[in-house]
Design a protein around this ligand. Structure first.
Ligand code: PPE
Length: 311
């Protein structure tokens, strides 16, 4: 991770090196936290955060699902995010708002622990590798099942749930693949360790429905909208493993992964197809403000408004 100047921590800006917590923090012991992953892109009108409101709304929903009360409103976190981006002065960055139970009492019940909120930002290239954006990744169906809706609410972007993703990606990479694809207990395709998944077959696009133990991805929703506007039919319906192997094209979406082609799954070669590349181009044009059509998704940062960093 590349260090940046400052981190917003519980209402204040602190130097990167000073943003510390106690080892007794509840969130560290039990994974009791919620977070977001957001990107800020350079556009012709300056830096703009892509779908910031939607990400912060999801953060609030994630907190609610954990019975966690955020001490800041969506608007306050939005303002802090803008200011952080202004202070760190990067043309493009990844933004990580994060709320967790801090230091107070141990024991799995959360009573007696403060809710800490931080926002970090740093430069981050494509999650699955900048080269793979054009050449595609090799994926493997995981032996680990996706956490089910009655195990941990998969709608929450909660830190503890990522043990599921960690084990899956670890297994895939040990076996020489780039990324894992997780199935539900019932055998339906869910998502990648950090991405949603789309299948293209005979010109139609299918992605698993929200009920399939997936994170309700904001990039997923964006891609559905873009694809429909470009004239594609998009189905949100169940997929099974063989649908992946027999697909014309498969791609993954996520804030970090953007739109990344999957060139093979379990050694079934799919290659990188034209629909994926068209949607990828439309997505990157949108986030970088080169396309007027979806410009309402950009939350422009007024860099001149950012207070100067304290001396
Ligand atoms: N599924 C999972 C499991 C997931 O973690 C992500 C985001 C998505 C789908 C796509 O969601 P969205 O970003 O709203 O389109 N994964 C984040 C990276 C996780 C990590 O820190 O590692 C991300 O893309 O920011």
């Amino acid at each position: 991770m590349r260090e940046t100047e400052t981190i917003w921590m519980n209402g204040e800006f602190v130097d990167w090196a000073d943003a510390k917590i106690h080892v007794g923090a509840h969130g560290l012991h039990y994974g009791t936290g919620v977070f977001e992953g957001i990107r800020c892109y350079e556009t012709p009108k300056g830096p703009a955060v892509f779908r910031l409101k939607e990400h912060l709304q999801r953060l609030e929903n994630s907190a609610r699902l954990l019975y966690m009360e955020l001490p800041y409103s969506v608007d306050e976190i939005r303002t802090a995010t803008h200011e952080l981006i202004g202070r760190n002065g990067l043309p493009e960055c990844y933004v990580r708002p994060f709320a967790f139970y801090g230091y107070g009492e141990l024991g799995v019940h959360t009573a007696g622990n403060p809710v800490e909120v931080v926002i970090m930002s740093w430069p981050w290239g494509n999650y699955l590798g900048d080269d793979n954006v054009s050449s595609g990744i090799r994926a493997k169906v995981s032996s680990w099942k996706r956490v089910g809706p009655n195990v941990i609410p998969h709608v929450a972007k909660a830190t503890g749930i990522y043990l599921n993703s960690m084990l899956a990606v670890h297994e895939a990479q040990r076996a020489g693949y780039d990324e894992a694809i997780l199935l539900t207990d019932a055998g339906y395709v869910a998502d990648g360790s950090g991405e949603n998944i789309f299948v293209v077959k005979d010109g139609r696009i299918t992605t698993p429905p929200l009920s399939t133990s997936i994170l309700p991805g904001i990039t997923r929703e964006t891609l559905i909208q873009i694809a429909q506007d470009l004239g594609y039919v998009v189905d949100e319906s169940d997929l099974i493993r063989s649908d992946l192997y027999l697909a014309d094209e498969v791609f993954m979406t996520g804030t970090a992964a953007e739109v990344t082609p999957v060139r093979s799954i379990d050694d079934h070669e799919l290659g990188v197809g034209p629909v994926t590349l068209e949607l990828q181009r439309a997505y990157l044009d949108t986030v970088r403000g080169r396309s007027e059509r979806w410009s309402h998704w950009l939350d422009h940062v007024d860099v001149s408004q950012a207070a100067p960093a304290e001396a």
